[in-house]
Ligand binder design. Structure first.
Ligand SMILES: Cc1cc2nc3c(=O)[nH]c(=O)nc-3n(C[C@H](O)[C@H](O)[C@H](O)COP(=O)(O)OP(=O)(O)OC[C@H]3O[C@@H](n4cnc5c(N)ncnc54)[C@H](O)[C@@H]3O)c2cc1C
Length: 455
């Protein structure tokens, strides 16, 4: 049996940097991958979708700049084959980078195949058994396919990105960020898009006013939004899918050849042989971890989407940083030090850090709020992009920033001014008293903070 100092399962966002760091520290590492190098983000997640979002924005601008004094004579054509080819090149560049990194490090053995645990120290791959002192699980997740759709020819984030023709009609089941990003981009490419969401609002975790503003943005993109679409069911009929929704008798019906399921994700932990180990999962299949990301077996760690502690590329990468700090760095990091932060790449984007109003109220924290509508921001007016709003929450007793929600042009970038102050543990007064550059959206942050109201 081949023996290693460490075995890493999965080449997503945490596995490769961890392999590289351990190899540089003289450890013999095996990293096992059953599919494409780079995992979800590189192949079917962030990279390809954000490349498509960029093409969709160009198409939108080309078609909608008349009021800014710019018009295009003739038709604006969208070539999905070209958009896909550009995306495929970005992906193959990433694959090459990873391949080179693995090839150049003699302490790393990259093994293609599906890893299954035999016991707490042993992994089986391609019929071969490997053992290691330490094992790191970085297996990510996959789309959740609800029972009611198992028998229809649905699309997922993976197959959407393989299409070479723009669908005339696209129905999306799920009003989370994946559904909205695909919805807006394909609407901008020219599809007639309908989003079915079973909840009462899009982006169910967001505050009501933010969800309402997002719904406005999505509807203004020409997308039909059907909220409260409960009991959604799909039946395959020749070339099309018949979708019924609404639990009442005489349920409503939509027919579409193209249905994207964006109904959440499940961890890839069900076929990993974890029953042969002492590693415990929660009821949703996420691996239970402590503050250092150790599982219930202390020499096995779980990083990235499979531990249910993040669900983003930056959280998976931060998981690597946490684990690596305990293996080889002086300053130890902890999961509990992390602030929640993410963006949804609709246009304009939504960016979040820390707590929102719902969460602050649930926790019973006494707080103040600063708010600003984007239509009152000079830079937004100049750009002709005035949808959205900004909110920042301050803890009344400590003056510390509890969180911020920015929905508006450039929000995915300027949210970091708040995020860094939160990491610094600074009073909001530091930002209130700072000078920001004119004309930017960020320049309004100090002004907002001069006008706090009780939440
Ligand atoms: C459409 C979409 C858009 C997204 N956009 C963003 C975004 O803009 N920003 C953001 O931060 N996040 C985004 N995400 C989320 C992001 O992609 C994930 O959070 C991130 O990829 C998680 O990384 P990971 O390392 O945990 O797992 P993954 O990247 O999923 O990697 C896991 C790897 O493990 C391999 N594997 C699984 N089981 C085994 C096994 N038994 N043996 C061997 N190998 C195995 C898999 O093949 C895979 O390569 C998006 C996701 C989707 C679906």
């Amino acid at each position: 049996m081949r023996k290693f100092d460490a075995i890493i399962i999965g080449t997503g966002q945490a596995g490769p940097p961890l392999a590289s760091s351990m190899a540089k520290n003289g450890k013999k590492v095996a990293i096992i991958e059953k599919s494409e190098l780079g995992g979800t983000c590189v192949n079917t997640g962030c990279t390809p979708t954000k490349a498509y979002v960029a093409s969709a924005r160009r198409a939108f601008i080309a078609k909608n700049s008349r009021e800014m004094g710019v018009s295009i004579e003739g038709e604006v054509n969208v070539d999905l084959k070209k958009i896909k080819a550009r995306k495929d090149k970005l992906i193959s560049d990433s694959h090459e980078g990873l391949e080179k990194m693995f090839e150049n490090e003699k302490n790393i053995s990259l093994i293609g195949g599906k890893a299954v645990f035999v016991d707490n120290h042993t992994i089986q791959v391609n019929g071969e058994k490997l053992s290691a002192e330490k094992i790191f699980i970085n297996v990510g997740g996959r789309p959740r396919i609800p029972e009611n759709f198992k028998d229809v020819n649905y699309l997922t984030n993976r197959t959407m990105l393989e299409l070479e023709e723009i669908p005339e009609n696209l129905v999306i089941a799920g009003g989370g960020y994946v559904g909205l990003e695909f919805g807006q981009m394909f609407s901008r490419f020219g599809s007639k898009v309908t989003i079915l969401e079973r909840g009462t609002q899009l982006m169910k975790k967001e505050d009501d006013d933010i969800a309402e503003a997002i719904t406005g943005i999505i509807k203004d993109s020409g997308i039909k939004v059907l909220l409260n679409s409960n009991c959604i069911k799909g039946t395959q009929r020749e070339g099309e899918i018949v979708l019924t929704y609404d639990c009442e008798e005489g349920a409503k019906e939509i027919k579409t050849p193209h249905l994207l399921l964006a109904a959440g994700r499940v961890p890839n932990t069900d076929d990993l042989g974890l029953e042969n180990t002492g590693v415990k999962m929660d009821e949703k299949g996420f691996i239970k971890v402590n503050d250092q990301l150790q599982t219930t077996v202390s020499h096995i760690w779980a990083l990235g989407d499979c531990n249910g502690e993040g669900g983003f590329t930056h959280t998976a990468y931060n998981d690597y940083q946490i684990v690596n700090s305990h293996l080889s760095e002086e300053k130890k990091r902890k999961l509990s030090d992390r602030f929640l932060c993410y963006a949804a790449y609709i246009d304009p984007p939504l960016a979040r850090v820390g707590l929102n109003e719902k969460q602050i109220k649930e926790k019973g924290i006494k707080a103040k709020v600063a708010e600003m509508q984007m239509k009152n921001v000079a830079r937004a007016k100049e750009k002709g992009e005035t949808s959205g709003k900004l909110k920042i929450f301050i803890e009344a007793e400590t003056d510390k920033i509890l969180g911020a929600i920015f929905l508006g042009t450039g929000a995915d970038e300027f949210i970091h001014t708040v995020l860094d102050q939160m990491y610094a543990g600074a009073s909001y007064k530091v930002m209130r008293d700072a000078i920001h550059i004119h004309p930017t959206v960020s320049e309004l942050i100090p002004t907002m903070l001069e006008n706090l109201k009780d939440l």
